[in-house]
Write a protein that binds this ligand. Structure first.
Ligand SMILES: Cc1cc2nc3c(=O)[nH]c(=O)nc-3n(C[C@H](O)[C@H](O)[C@H](O)COP(=O)(O)OP(=O)(O)OC[C@H]3O[C@@H](n4cnc5c(N)ncnc54)[C@H](O)[C@@H]3O)c2cc1C
Length: 601
């Protein structure tokens, strides 16, 4: 079986770059140690190897498909995969003991999910959705709701979903129109349509718990009138039986990627018999849902990074084995061809993929650690970790999604014509990856979130904290002469962010929000390059520290040297894009705010 990730990298990130051991001093994680953490990651790898990777291609070739009768037919292996993953704790493992979990940090849970995502990204989607839905019920539901739904979701018998999108309300959830009419204290009659619902009503689970956004009759317009409901496909009765709850799967969507992962159209209340159960207070649904959405955004980003990693691993293997051509200085045609990994252009494409995939995985683990710390530590530190997580979320979601697609395209390119064929998996990685920049908020929406909300929140405190964190890494890396040019460049990028923000903030101060946000995506891109540069500097710093200690085995030495080499590559080939973004951002012209659409003809 081809490699789809690099276990040595995961060890390096978990134990050296973002040391997980710093979590174990907190009560919440005191039952764990490094050895146990790694054993769990290794057991997840086994599961990914044995139960997920073997079906990656098959699930693409025999996609999930609507049966015309309200069900989506999925690959026969899916039921066992979900059940086995559930049994091993990969749905409910991060929940507290008292809620039936193993109280695992996201650093472990998320890294295990990275393995599933790299092995077979669609399959991980089913598990991730269930984990998120159960987490939402646990955080905001009643004890009764928790007891009724969460254990069944954690056991893998029931599937959790998130049902937000409607035909007229995708990016703009303000426009949700699914309706809820109160029947009694606990029950609400639901009517409406939801589209694009992942993991909805397939064959591998016996019930579906849709965490659904709807508008209570008479609620205020806009997001302040949206409430969150639990809507099961089959509602549990007081007698302990299950009763059909009038949630009909009206069809599915056939897609260019993630074809084994069911995407459904759900119709609630066609027969006026769909009951929803309110979660928390009325009209606060969107703020509750943000818990699941924020978690899902980190997970989607990590998924994109994981798929890019899998494509890179295939590409690397191919380049080491494919003989083609000779070095430019070799004029003798009788000499045998060399493996293409010798060619500089191939090395450029491999290093670009490595820089994107590993940099993005590192950022995903950094975010998971911030999440863990925010749940484990005292109130003061919690605010800091949460603010950092807030500002990094649009970046951890969008950088891997956008740049991961570029990396997967390069993986195809390194294979030449074979990359375009279904004989190799890289074209599937490329197709699967595209969705990551669309769901859980498109890149455009992430950009508006970053510039419109996150950089200004708490008077710019989140950005201030992020800059402080990056400067701490720069100071430490400055002790190593070989990293001086990278530290200098990263420092300049921080000044550039401040300078650009000062420049564009004037539009916001003038009340011209359209102009302020017009190039939000370019700003997101600029900040993303800087943040990934920070991750690379962190990795190079740790590698330099280890090399300075000496006495390292040759293969480990090469591993560390590879980190420094890739860091230098990133700063030479990728980081300059940030400066290009700033040129666009500092330009006064408003080319993207035209009102005469004839200009596009
Ligand atoms: C395979 C798949 C699985 C999905 N799974 C789920 C799921 O499980 N649950 C769920 O609820 N939803 C799910 N979705 C829906 C997904 O979240 C939406 O498709 C996404 O949020 C975009 O909404 P839309 O498709 O309506 O596009 P639109 O919102 O119409 O966006 C179209 C384009 O306009 C841009 N745009 C929109 N508004 C603005 C703005 N204000 N400023 C600038 N640009 C803007 C967008 O960035 C995008 O480029 C899924 C979608 C797919 C395709």
């Amino acid at each position: 079986m081809a490699n789809y990730t690099n276990m040595e990298l995961l060890k390096f990130l978990l134990f050296e770059v973002h040391p997980i051991s710093s979590l174990f001093k907190y009560e919440r994680f005191a039952h764990l140690n490094e050895e146990q953490a790694w054993m769990m990651i290794e057991s997840a790898k086994l599961l990914a190897d044995q139960e997920m990777a073997p079906y990656f291609k098959e699930m693409d070739e025999t996609p999930a498909k609507y049966d015309g009768k309200g069900n989506v037919l999925t690959h026969p292996a899916l039921q066992k995969i979900i059940a086995t993953a559930a049994e091993q704790g990969w749905i409910g493992g991060s929940a507290l003991f008292e809620h039936g979990g193993m109280q695992l940090p996201e650093m472990i849970f998320g890294t295990a999910h990275h393995l599933f995502q790299a092995a077979n990204n669609g399959v991980q989607g089913y598990l991730g959705l269930s984990a998120g839905a159960a987490g939402l019920i646990t955080s905001f539901g009643t004890i009764e709701q928790l007891e009724k739904y969460v254990p069944k979701i954690y056991s893998g018998e029931w599937q959790g979903t998130m049902a937000l999108t409607e035909p007229q309300a995708g990016s703009s959830l303000t426009d949700i129109s699914t309706n809820a009419k109160q029947l009694n204290n606990n029950e609400w009659l639901i009517k409406g349509q939801k589209i694009f619902i992942s993991g909805g009503q397939h064959e591998a689970c016996s019930n579906f718990i849709h965490l659904t956004l709807a508008r209570i009759e008479g609620a205020p317009a806009g997001i302040k009138g949206i409430s969150l409901f639990i809507i099961p496909k089959f509602r549990p009765t007081v007698e302990g039986t299950l009763e059909y709850n009038d949630v009909y799967c009206a069809g599915d969507f056939q897609k260019m990627g993630q074809r084994g992962y069911a995407t459904t159209h759900l119709s609630f209340g066609d027969n006026n018999n769909c009951i929803g159960y309110l979660v928390g207070e009325p009209h606060k649904g969107l703020s509750y849902m943000f818990q699941m959405m924020n978690g899902a955004r980190i997970s989607v980003g990590l998924c994109a990074a994981s798929v890019a990693m899998a494509a890179f691993q295939s590409s690397l293997q191919y380049c080491k084995e494919r003989p083609q051509g000779r070095m430019p200085s070799e004029k003798d045609p009788t000499k045998p061809p060399i493996h293409i990994i010798h060619h500089a252009d191939i090395q450029r494409m491999l290093l670009t993929q490595k820089a994107i995939a590993e940099g993005a995985i590192s950022l995903g683990i950094e975010c998971n650690k911030l999440y863990d710390l925010s749940h484990a530590c005292n109130k003061e530190d919690r605010t800091k970790h949460l603010l950092l997580l807030e500002i990094l979320t649009p970046i951890v979601k969008s950088y891997p999604s956008e740049q991961g697609s570029r990396a997967a395209a390069l993986a195809i390119q390194t294979l030449g014509g074979y990359g375009f064929t279904t004989d190799f998996p890289v074209q599937q990685h490329y197709r699967d990856l595209k969705i990551m920049s669309l769901y859980e908020g498109t890149t455009g929406i992430q950009a508006i979130d970053l510039l419109g909300r996150k950089v200004v929140m708490e008077n710019g405190k989140a950005l201030e904290l992020l800059i402080e964190e990056i400067k701490t890494t720069i100071d430490a890396a400055n002790l190593f002469n070989e990293l001086k040019s990278e530290t200098e460049m990263l420092n300049n990028e921080l000044s550039r962010i401040t300078w650009v923000l000062k420049h564009i903030s004037q539009y916001a101060l003038e009340g011209n929000m359209e102009k302020y946000l017009a190039d939000a995506t370019v700003f997101l891109e600029m900040m993303s390059y800087t943040v990934i540069g920070w991750q690379w500097l962190k990795m190079a710093l740790k590698a330099s520290e280890q090399l300075a200690l000496g006495g390292i085995a040759p293969n480990k030495k090469t591993f560390y040297e590879g980190k420094i080499h890739t860091c230098k590559f990133y700063f030479k080939y990728e980081m300059p894009h940030a400066a290009a973004c700033s040129v666009t951002l500092l330009s006064e012209s408003s080319l993207t705010s035209v009102s005469n659409f004839e200009l596009f003809n």
